[in-house]
Design a protein around this ligand. Structure first.
Ligand code: R5P
Length: 287
């Protein structure tokens, strides 16, 4: 078994390798002068069961191309089986046509990864779990909930309600609530435009309760911070938030800092650069 990584999240790859008592495979992922990706695999992989760890997070297109080219290099070097470990699957929110003439980019990315030579996929908390079916190869879809639930169980909060910030996240919220023995509530969110969230209603009782909002992704943090405001207006006591994938783009950090949320728990499927490591954010490892 061999583990390789490109540039998306070498810290996570290193942690996984240490957990397994292995060294990371020797490879160099650099750029030619014109920006093209150069990959050199510096050890034999002939006949090996190879895992490539590469979330397709920001910069998403660079990270996808690094993954594809690394898989291609390993396949041409006679690796026996290549598993693409994609803790965060970029383009997952473009998984269906919502308007006429929309692309289905999540499917296009799946086609590219399969065509490059991956024979198995491991991913965490896909925005839509049906994306598994975009691949005709084995797919392990891992949830972040057990890691988040363990954290909150150790926190020993009383009178907790787990809140899904939109209708699409109800199954995930229920799973966290069941592990914590808590009730759930649901926010009825609308998206009048991409990256714009509008809270319509709250289904369930949050008055006087400790609230844990849970989502797959926090991107611009509009969904989670507006949801938190609405929960506060309805009498929630303390508000916590968690997600598996801290995309944290654009105004996210500023919004989280100013928000009524006490603590935001995320995982390291996506690395947090220093400017995003604010005291309010706690990062758990999925290694
Ligand atoms: C969308 O439905 C996802 O589950 C997240 O709620 C969304 O991506 C969060 O985006 P933002 O933080 O930009 O509101």
């Amino acid at each position: 078994l061999k583990i390789f990584t490109a540039n998306a999240n070498p810290g996570l790859a290193q942690e996984i390798a240490e957990y397994l008592g292995l060294n990371l495979g020797a490879a160099k992922v650099t750029r030619f002068s014109d920006g093209e990706i150069s990959i050199a695999i510096d050890e034999s992989v002939r006949g090996a069961d190879v895992f490539v760890i590469q979330p397709t997070c920001h910069p998403v297109n660079e990270n996808i191309m690094e993954l594809l080219i690394m898989i291609d290099a390993l396949r041409r070097a006679s690796a026996r089986r290549i598993t693409a470990v994609i803790p965060y699957y970029g383009y997952a929110r473009q998984e269906r046509k919502t308007r006429a003439r929309d692309p289905i980019s999540a499917k296009l990315v799946a086609n590219l990864i399969t065509a490059a030579g991956a024979r198995r996929i491991v991913a965490m908390d896909l925005h839509a779990s049906a994306i598994q079916g975009f691949f005709d190869i084995p797919f392990d879809h891992l949830p972040g909930v057990p890691i988040l639930a363990e954290y909150y169980a150790n926190k020993k909060l009383d009178d907790v309600v787990v809140v899904s910030p939109d209708l699409g996240g109800v199954t995930r919220a229920r799973s966290l609530a069941e592990r914590l023995g808590a009730e759930i509530a649901i926010i009825d969110k609308r998206r009048p435009a991409p990256n714009v969230a509008e809270i319509m209603n709250i289904i369930g009782n949050v008055k006087g309760k400790n609230v844990i909002m849970t989502d797959d992704i926090i991107d611009t943090a509009g969904t989670i911070t507006q949801g938190a405001e609405a929960l506060k207006e309805r009498g929630a006591k303390e508000i916590f938030a968690c997600c598996t994938h801290p995309v944290l783009s654009g105004p996210a950090i500023e919004r989280l800092e100013k928000s009524v949320i006490s603590e935001v728990v995320v995982t390291n499927t996506i690395p947090l650069p220093p400017e995003k490591q604010i005291p309010k954010i706690k990062c758990l490892s999925v290694a």
